[in-house]
Structure formats: C-alpha cells, structure tokens
Design a protein around this ligand. Structure first.
Ligand code: AMP
Ligand code: ZN
Length: 112
C-alpha cells in the first residue's frame, strides 16, 4: 500500500519521533501550524476515524490515553487542541488515521 505514514512506521521515510511504543507512533508534523504540532498515529493502518467500529475502537481509546502524556512532555500544560480530519470534505490529506496535537500558543478559533 502506498501510504506515507505506513512508510514512516516502517522507517522507510524519516520522521522526528516524540513517542513510540508497540501500538502507536507520535512525530513532528513536517509543516507545523503551531509552535508544537505533533501527529499521533496507530502503527496499524486505519484509513480514518470513519473506519472505527467496535472491533478497533480500543486503538482510539489507547491513543487518547497517550495524548495527555505526549502533551505534557511537549510542555502543553496551558492547553492544546486535538484534531482529526476525515475524508475529502474534512480536509484529510493523508489517508492513515492521525490525531494532530497543536499547542504552544493561544490557538485561533476557526474552522479552516
Ligand atoms: P491531514 O491534512 O489532516 O491529513 O494532515 C496530514 C499532515 O501530515 C499535514 O499536517 C502534513 O504537514 C503532515 N505530513 C505530511 N507528510 C509528512 C511527513 N513526511 N512527516 C511529517 N508530517 C507530514
Ligand atoms: Zn498507512
């Protein structure tokens, strides 16, 4: 499968990792939109949140147990935003489910 995030998991494409374990990987976004911009992905390929059901929702739950730890290690004690884009209208450019962690400044409230 031609998926850049699977290639990052495999180490074929380099990334700046901030957290890794057997299930997930977190790395810095190559085009940061905030002082801290980290992407959290499952190592197993899932297209997007739209493909989550009762058979794989544990993966999302697991990611959300790690997001606070990653945020703390990035110094985001003053708050942060978690975003996941889904599909064409959602603006998802990489079709491997990922959660953006954005912070390090007061983020604007907008939908773009
Ligand atoms: P989305 O638009 O929600 O699909 O987000 C995809 C994100 O992946 C964008 O913010 C990109 O800047 C980021 N991105 C794309 N390729 C890479 C890469 N090789 N390493 C790190 N981040 C990447
Ligand atoms: Zn993938």
């Amino acid at each position: 499968m031609d998926c850049i995030f699977c290639k990052i998991v495999e180490g074929v494409i380099p990334s700046t990792k901030v957290y890794e374990d057997d299930k997930i990987l977190a790395f810095r976004d190559i085009n940061p939109e905030a002082p801290v911009h980290v992407l959290v992905i499952p190592k197993e390929h899932v297209d997007s949140v739209d493909k989550i059901d009762e058979t794989n929702s544990d993966l999302v739950a697991y990611i959300f147990t790690k997001i606070p730890q990653i945020a703390a290690s990035e110094g985001l004690g003053n708050g942060y935003r978690v975003i996941t884009n889904v599909g064409e209208d959602g603006g998802q450019s990489v079709k491997h489910m990922h959660f953006h962690i954005l912070g390090g400044k007061k983020l604007p409230l907008h939908l773009a």
